[in-house]
Design a protein around this ligand. Structure first.
Ligand code: HEM
Length: 415
C-alpha cells in the first residue's frame, strides 16, 4: 500500500464532506439552488443592502471573507459590470480594513490576501514565478501525477468508487503539502489544523529550519530564499513569521478549493454521458469543459471588499467602513455577458469569468488548479473504461453557500 492510499478514509470524509460539521460554518448545509434568487436580485438592481446569504434566504450565520463583521453595514453586488468595477478599484474596495503586518501573528489576515497596493505587489512577486503557466509541468511531475495515479490504483480493481472524497479531495491537499516538503501522512493533520495557525507553525518550523540550511526544489525553499524589495529600495530575506502567514494562506487556498471544483466538473460531465464521451475522444475539450464549469458553478461564489470612503456605486450610496460582498456566482451568469447563462455549454465562446476573482488579487494558484483538474480527469478517462454514474446510488447534488460542491459522486466503471 502506498502512502497516498494509507490516508484514513473516514478522516478525509469528515474533513471534506461539505455536509460535515467541519464545513457547516461556510454554509455546507445549504441545499437549495441559489441561482434563481441571484437572477431575481440582479434583475432588481446590481447592488443590494445585506449579505449574500441573508439575501439568498440562508438562515444560518456564516463565516467567510468579510463575515461575520456584525458592526459594519453590509452590501452585496450581483451584476457583472459592478463586480468588474469593484475589482478594478482596489483603493476604494480594499481587501482588508486594516494595515497588514506580515511580521505579526500567523494569520491569513497578515498575508498577501489582505494586503493593498505596493505592499501586495512586492509580496506577491516573491511567489508568482512558482505559479505561472510555465511552472504547471513542475507541479504535475513532482506531485500531481503520482498522487492521481496512486489514488486510482487504490480503487481501480473495485469497479466502483466515490470520486468526490476518495479522489478529488486528496489531490490538491497532497499537491500543496507535497510542494511544502510535507509527507502525505501529515497532510490530513494540516487540513485539520488550518483553523489553528499555531499548530501549522509547529509543523512548518522544522521544515523552514532545514531549508534555511539546505534549500531544495520546493515552495518553502522559494520562500526561504526570496529577497523582498523594501519600500526604500533595499531587500531582506523573509523572517520566519512572514513565511508562516504566507504558508498558511497557500495551504488554505491550495487545499480548500480545487477539489470541489474538480468534483463539480466531473459531475457536470457524468450527467451528460454524450459530452463525456466526446471529451474522452477529444481531450482538447477538457479545457473548455473546465472553464465552463468554473463560470457556471464556481466553488467559491462570493468574496468581499471593505469600502474605504463614501462612494456612489451602481445606484447605491456605500458608506466608508461598509463591507461589499461580490457575488461572483451571480455575475458569472449575467445574461448581459453570456447567452443562456444557466446552461452548461462547452461549445460557447469562452469569455473570462470571475471564478478566480479579478484585479490584483486574482487567484495566484489558478494554473496549478487547472493542472490538477486536467491531470485528474484525464487520468480517470484513461484508466476507467465505461465510467458512469452509479444508477442505483443517490445522484450527486450541488450544495453549499460560500463553499459549493457536490454531495457524492458514486460511479461504476468496467463491464
Ligand atoms: C479551482 C480552484 C480555485 C478557485 C476557484 C480559487 C479562487 C480564488 C479566488 C476567487 C481568489 C480571489 C480572492 C479575492 O478576491 O479576495 C483567489 C485568491 C488566491 N488563491 Fe485561489 N482558487 C483556487 C485554487 C487555488 C490554488 C490551488 C492555490 C494555491 C496553490 C490558490 C491560491 C490563492 C492565493 C494565494 C490567493 C490570494 C492571491 C492574492 O491575494 O493576491 N488558489 N483564489
Amino acid at each position: 500500500m502506498t502512502e497516498t492510499q494509507a490516508l484514513d478514509r473516514e478522516r478525509i470524509r469528515e474533513l471534506f464532506d461539505l455536509r460535515s460539521s467541519y464545513n457547516q460554518r461556510m454554509g455546507g448545509d445549504f441545499t437549495a439552488d441559489p441561482y434563481p434568487v441571484w437572477h431575481e436580485l440582479r434583475e432588481s438592481g446590481p447592488v443590494h443592502e445585506g449579505t449574500v446569504h441573508e439575501l439568498t434566504g440562508y438562515p444560518g450565520s456564516a463565516i467567510f471573507q468579510g463575515l461575520p463583521e456584525p458592526d459594519r453595514p453590509h452590501y452585496s453586488a450581483f451584476g457583472h459590470a459592478a463586480l468588474d468595477a469593484a475589482y478594478r478599484n482596489p483603493e476604494v474596495f480594499a481587501s482588508s480594513p486594516d494595515e497588514v503586518d506580515p511580521t505579526g501573528r500567523t494569520d491569513v489576515s497578515n498575508s498577501m490576501l489582505s494586503m493593498a497596493g505596493d505592499q501586495h505587489r512586492r509580496y506577491r512577486a516573491l511567489v508568482q514565478p512558482s505559479f505561472v503557466p510555465a511552472k504547471a509541468r513542475w507541479w504535475i511531475t513532482n506531485w500531481i501525477e503520482r498522487t492521481v495515479q496512486e489514488l486510482i490504483d487504490g480503487f481501480v480493481a473495485d469497479g466502483r468508487a466515490e470520486l468526490n472524497v476518495d479522489f478529488c479531495a486528496a489531490i490538491p491537499l497532497l499537491t500543496i503539502t507535497g510542494g511544502f516538503g510535507m509527507p502525505p501522512e501529515q497532510a490530513l493533520e494540516v487540513r485539520e489544523s488550518l483553523h489553528d495557525p499555531m499548530k501549522i507553525v509547529q509543523m512548518l518550523q522544522p521544515i523552514v529550519a532545514a531549508r534555511r540550511e539546505a534549500p531544495r526544489d520546493d515552495l518553502i525553499s522559494v520562500l526561504v530564499e526570496a529577497e523582498l524589495k523594501e519600500e526604500d529600495g533595499g531587500t531582506h530575506r523573509l523572517s520566519d513569521a512572514e513565511i508562516y502567514s504566507f504558508a498558511l494562506l497557500l495551504l488554505l487556498a491550495g487545499s480548500g478549493t480545487t477539489w470541489k471544483q474538480m468534483g463539480i466538473t466531473i459531475t457536470a460531465l457524468l450527467q451528460r454521458p454524450e459530452l463525456l464521451q466526446r471529451v474522452k475522444e477529444d481531450r482538447s475539450l477538457l479545457r473548455p469543459a473546465t472553464e465552463e464549469a468554473l463560470r457556471w458553478m464556481p466553488t467559491d461564489p462570493m468574496f468581499s471588499r471593505y469600502v474605504t470612503r463614501d462612494v456612489d456605486f451602481h445606484g447605491t450610496r456605500l458608506p466608508a467602513g461598509a463591507v461589499l460582498h461580490l457575488c461572483l456566482g451571480a455575475a458569472n451568469r449575467d445574461p448581459s455577458r453570456w447567452e443562456r447563462p444557466d446552461e452548461y455549454d462547452v461549445t460557447r465562446t469562452m469569455r473570462a469569468s470571475f471564478a478566480f476573482g479579478g484585479g490584483p488579487h486574482i487567484c495566484l494558484g489558478m494554473h496549478v488548479a487547472r493542472a490538477e483538474i486536467a491531470t485528474g480527469i484525464g487520468a480517470l478517462l484513461d484508466r476507467l473504461p465505461g465510467l458512469r454514474l452509479d444508477p442505483a446510488a443517490e445522484p450527486p447534488r450541488f450544495i453549499g453557500m460560500y463553499e459549493r460542491g457536490v454531495t457524492e459522486i458514486p460511479v461504476l466503471f468496467g463491464q
